[in-house]
Design a protein around this ligand. Structure first.
Ligand code: GDP
Ligand code: MG
Length: 688
């Protein structure tokens, strides 16, 4: 298929609270556009297990980082947004590369906490949106109540442009406010065919009323339209759509549509709206980064004749080759051409370029600004890297994935499950860069670490429900760290017979604490030439491994520089073993003698709740050692921001739910480490 001019490209994401209907809607997008040949069966809760294999397959299809399909002469690149949205880092990665989003709501549930969280993140990234109020066939669905919630809770200016005709079981179709027609979807073709009928007489007033409101609201934002409006001249469909597009792209308003994806009602008008109102890459502001040589701010216009630049936002290891998903921000590139990895300075030759359609990629010869594609054949690229024209480098801000702060142990129920567990964890880790796993040699347990309690809970549920893993999980624990509060020194000796050799070594080290840097450093101040270089490097490695393996209380050390001061050893064939062991012993000695403190992760938090619950929520946060930074009122909701020790926030979602009758939502993000206060220190036992 021919590449489309950039103005007809839409890079979009779908964001929604779990169960609002993202999968169901996406299935229809792919089917109606001809991208898939059958609508994936939608399963109710019971059926999830039965269809697990099948769903997993589909899950992979849909979560492939980008899927391209065509609609109304537009090229739509649907970018996957994470299934769980509580974790800033994950969401940010997709918000960065998309130009617009469809936000799906459940017509009965309205605005749910998770939709609020993502909505505000999309605000931060200036992403224009269209809303789809789904499930209008459900009993109790209320389109206008949902629209009001979008206005009140999200602080948006929603403009209904497609209204439900009928409700619950009697939902007949949808009313197009701008086109002044009723759309009725054919059941036999799974809604693929639909008819455009005149608005029934009984609904004409209703449609005209909403058309008038739409025009009034748009006249506030659009000079062209306001002139027509004030002069009371008729306003045509074209003019109205153009004004709505300008206002949506400028994020002044948000069009809202109604439908029921499962009943195949209202999906095509949503696709039309994506093409009509969401921005093309050309509508996006110039991409901002910096010049790697001078560090000064730099920008790139989204034009094909600008110097080439692209951003790697996701890496998927496929069976055949690694796919590097990239968003091209400026310029153009032909397959086989070189580009500079600005971070590493390395020259990469982009052997092949693929436009992704679900799992399979279609090779393309050239790409240009606005494209989202997968590169194949790169040597060393990481998520967040920038590739640029060798003569005109620019560096875009890398995605920062914070340290993991919560961990939980997992053990397979039977030894037969061990391989499966390892396999499932590998798959999850590949998809989710904020998830880590490690092995605790002391206990023989696998330790899963993540961004928060909720994050690990989601991972755990996926393991059980989606992958059917039989395992026992421990209780979530805070991932503490430790550090020295002042300079320290240590001496270690190693003496042992190994066969006929008598191994002996003695090492002295110093400890210099420093702030700001997270990982420990190890440096040598031994007289040069005293020892072979590889031996010195071996000792430094040994010191770093010991430091990461845990200090006085068994937590990884941070913010320390370990200085190798003196080393003596008996010359034998295995002297390395002796000096490395003596170095590790010297660190243990320093930990025992020095002043060591335990650091706890401090989180940035945002709590959002209706005003009436604020008092109780603040009081409760106070009891959790929270520092409140600011309290902001938007409409009837309040946003409270500050910092709080993670250890105090376990179980907070349950507590907030009961304090706010389920209407509060919150977000936690790793921020810093700070010493555990004295009275709480007593519960930690030194292990050395
Ligand atoms: P996701 O979690 O956002 O991907 O939501 P799904 O697409 O998996 O849908 C969640 C549940 O809602 C499934 O059981 C769907 O069958 C159901 N569902 C989706 N769309 C509709 C709809 O329009 N009407 C009704 N009644 N149910 C729907
Ligand atoms: Mg889903």
């Amino acid at each position: 298929m021919a590449t489309k001019p950039t103005e007809r490209v839409r890079n979009l994401g779908i964001i929604a609270h779990i169960d609002a209907g993202k999968t169901t809607t996406t299935e229809r997008f792919l089917y109606y556009s001809g991208r898939s040949h059958k609508i994936g069966e939608v399963h109710d809760g019971q059926a999830i297990m039965d269809f697990r294999e099948d769903e997993r397959e589909r899950g992979i299809t849909i979560s492939s980082a980008a899927t391209t399909f065509y609609w109304n002469d537009c090229e739509l690149n649907l970018i996957d947004t994470p299934g769980h949205v509580d974790f800033t880092a994950e969401v940010e990665r997709s918000l960065r590369v998309l130009d617009g989003a469809v936000v799906i709501f459940d017509g009965v549930e309205g605005v749910e906490p998770q939709s609020e969280t993502v909505w505000h993140q999309a605000d931060r990234y200036d992403v224009p949106r269209i809303c789809f109020v789904n499930k209008m066939d459900r009993i109790g669905a209320d389109f206008f109540s949902c629209v009001e919630q979008i206005r009140e809770r999200l602080g948006a200016r929603p403009l209904p442009i497609v209204l439900p005709m009928g409700a619950s079981e009697d939902l007949v179709g949808v009313l197009d406010v701008i086109g002044r027609c009723l759309l009725v979807f054919d059941r036999d073709s799974q809604g693929e065919r639909y008819e455009r009928l005149p608005v029934p007489a009984g609904s004409a007033g209703f449609v005209e009323e909403h058309r008038r409101r739409l025009i009034e609201e748009l006249a506030n934002h659009d000079d062209g339209l306001s002139t027509l409006f004030l002069e009371e001249r008729p306003i045509g469909e074209e003019e109205l759509r153009a004004a709505l597009r300008r206002a949506t792209v400028a994020r002044a308003v948000t069009p809202v549509l109604a439908g029921a994806a499962l009943r195949n009602i209202g999906v095509q008008p949503l696709l039309d709206a994506v093409c009509l109102y969401l921005p093309s890459p050309l509508d996006a502001p110039p991409a901002r980064g910096h010049d790697p040589a001078t560090g000064e701010a730099a920008t790139r216009e989204p034009r094909a004749d600008a110097p080439f630049s692209a951003y790697i936002f996701k890496i998927v290891s496929a069976a055949s080759a690694d796919l590097f998903y990239a968003r091209v921000y400026s310029g153009s590139l032909a397959a086989g051409s070189p580009a500079r990895n600005v971070r590493s300075g390395e020259r990469e030759r982009i052997r092949r370029i693929l436009r992704m359609h679900a799992q399979h990629g279609e090779p393309v010869e050239t790409i240009e600004a606005g494209d989202i594609v997968a590169f194949v054949g790169m040597k060393s690229c990481a998520t967040g890297d920038t590739l640029a024209d060798e003569r005109h480098p620019i560096q875009y801000e890398p995605i920062h994935f914070p340290d993991t702060v919560v961990s939980v142990s997992v053990e397979p129920k039977t030894s037969a499950e061990r391989d499966k567990l390892a396999d499932v964890l590998r798959r999850i880790a590949r998809e989710d860069p904020t998830f880590r796993q490690s092995f605790d040699a002391d206990t023989g347990q696998t330790i899963l670490s993540g961004m928060g309690e909720l994050h690990l809970d989601v991972v755990k549920n996926r393991m059980i429900r989606e992958f059917n893993v039989q395992a026992n999980f421990g209780k979530p624990r805070v991932s503490y760290r430790e550090t020295f509060t002042g300079p320290a020194s240590g001496r270690g000796e190693f003496a042992r017979a190994l066969g006929t050799q008598q191994l002996w070594a003695e090492v002295e080290i110093g400890i210099e604490p420093f702030a700001d840097h997270r990982k420990p450093e190890a440096v040598s101040r031994l007289h040069q030439g005293r020892m072979p270089e590889p031996m010195v490097d071996g000792m430094l490695d040994s010191l770093l491994i010991s430091a990461e393996g845990g200090g006085l209380y068994g937590f990884p050390l941070i913010n320390v520089r370990i200085v190798l001061l003196e080393a003596r050893y008996a010359e034998t064939g295995s002297a390395e073993i002796a000096v490395n062991a003596a170095a590790a012993a010297a660190l243990r000695d320093a930990l025992r003698k020095g002043r060591v403190t335990i650091l706890e992760p401090i989180m940035k938090f945002e709590v959002r709740c209706p005003e009436e619950y604020l008092g109780g929520i603040l009081k409760n946060l106070g009891g959790r050692r929270a520092q409140i930074e600011d309290t902001k009122f938007t409409g009837k909701t309040v946003l409270v921001r500050g910092t709080v020790p993670l250890a105090e926030m376990f179980g907070y979602s349950t507590s907030l739910r009961s304090q706010s009758q389920g209407r509060g939502s919150f977000n936690l993000e790793p921020f810093d480490y700070s010493p555990v206060p004295e009275p709480l220190r007593a519960s930690f036992q030194p292990r050395l």
